[in-house]
Design a protein around this ligand. Structure first.
Ligand code: PSU
Ligand code: MN
Length: 306
């Protein structure tokens, strides 16, 4: 069979729908992200596991089923959960790590999400660090996100990415964005201001490190950013509530996002939707620009001898 020609495409995760946003706003966001990516000239593919089958692209019915989350028997899948989920016929939403693990196999180099997982604030005691971090070091995908979720310890998250050798590229920002807000006080070593330059950075990175991902940090649009005091207070309350309720591990991130939505009366949900859309737009543009640089050529171009 002739090798299928690659087309610019963007991977989307499904945990943001199943465990990050309320129904039916999550389904509507799924449709919206697909339209945004199409408008940029690329094709969106949402990843999930449906009855044990790996999917790159979901029907409307499947998206709806995934978006109902735990109530519909949907489980949360990190990269390490994929094999067991296939073998056992589970239906699950893919996190950033699981989506990264699958994206290149589906011909996709670019992935849009809201914010990656990272090092939790009490990690010194709990050791709770998201598999998203090791996935970035392991799978060659450019992940466009609004930084890491603000409920995390952002300085530790940045340090861990540095240890893992994952470049963080600020898009039109010199600071790591903090998901609901544009700034974190954490200066980035690398800023690019336009998509062609971003594509050249990603392309050059893969000449040297063909198997390592990148994090593109794209701040929430100014008009959708939440006031710093409002979100700081809400996060402190949500984390205290999680401690009181003894929530840990896989359940922690979904619990915190749900509490933030309640405490902010939906403002965190609106901000999350706005930043996800903003990331989808940049990811679509990046996918098109990278396609022009790579064409169908997916091989590494290593250091040349004189
Ligand atoms: N970003 C969002 N909402 C989310 C997530 C990220 O805006 O729900 C999800 C992603 O799927 C990410 C996961 O991979 O949270 C991280 O979970 P954990 O901390 O358990 O690794
Ligand atoms: Mn965790």
């Amino acid at each position: 069979m002739a090798k299928e020609k690659r087309r610019p495409g963007v991977a989307l995760e499904s945990t943001i729908y199943a465990f990050g946003l309320p129904y039916p706003k999550n389904v509507e966001l799924g449709w919206k992200l697909a339209r945004t990516i199409a408008a940029a000239g690329a094709e969106a593919k949402t990843f999930a596991v449906v009855d044990g089958e790996l999917r790159a692209g979901l029907t409307d019915g499947e998206l709806d089923r995934i978006a109902r989350g735990a109530e519909g028997g949907v489980v949360k899948l990190a990269a390490s959960d994929l094999g067991p989920a296939m073998a056992l016929g589970l239906t699950g939403a893919t996190t950033v790590s699981a989506t990264m693990a699958l994206a290149r196999g589906a011909g996709l180099r670019v992935f849009a999400t809201g914010g990656i997982g990272g090092v939790h604030r009490d990690a010194a005691e709990t050791f709770d660090e998201s598999q998203d971090l090791t996935a970035l070091a392991r799978y060659p995908v450019a992940v466009v996100s609004a930084g890491a979720k603000a409920v995390l310890d952002l300085p530790k998250t940045v340090e861990r990415l540095e240890t893992l050798g994952v470049p963080i590229v600020g898009y039109q920002t010199a600071e790591l964005p903090a998901f609901y807000t544009r700034t974190s006080g954490i200066k980035l070593a690398l800023t690019v201001n336009d998509v062609p330059t971003l594509a050249r950075v990603v392309h050059a990175h893969w000449r040297i490190h063909p198997h390592v991902g990148l994090l593109v940090a794209n701040p929430i649009p100014v008009e959708h950013a939440l006031p710093q005091a409002l979100i700081d207070d809400a996060i402190a309350r949500a984390i205290a509530d999680a401690k009181d309720a003894g929530v840990r591990g896989k359940a922690l991130t979904p619990f915190l996002l749900k509490r933030l939505a309640d405490i902010t009366e939906g403002k965190s949900v609106d901000a999350n939707i706005a930043l996800a859309e903003n990331n989808a737009r940049l990811a679509g543009e990046l996918a098109v620009a990278l396609h022009a640089l790579f064409g169908d050529d997916d091989g590494p171009h290593l250091v040349r001898s004189p």
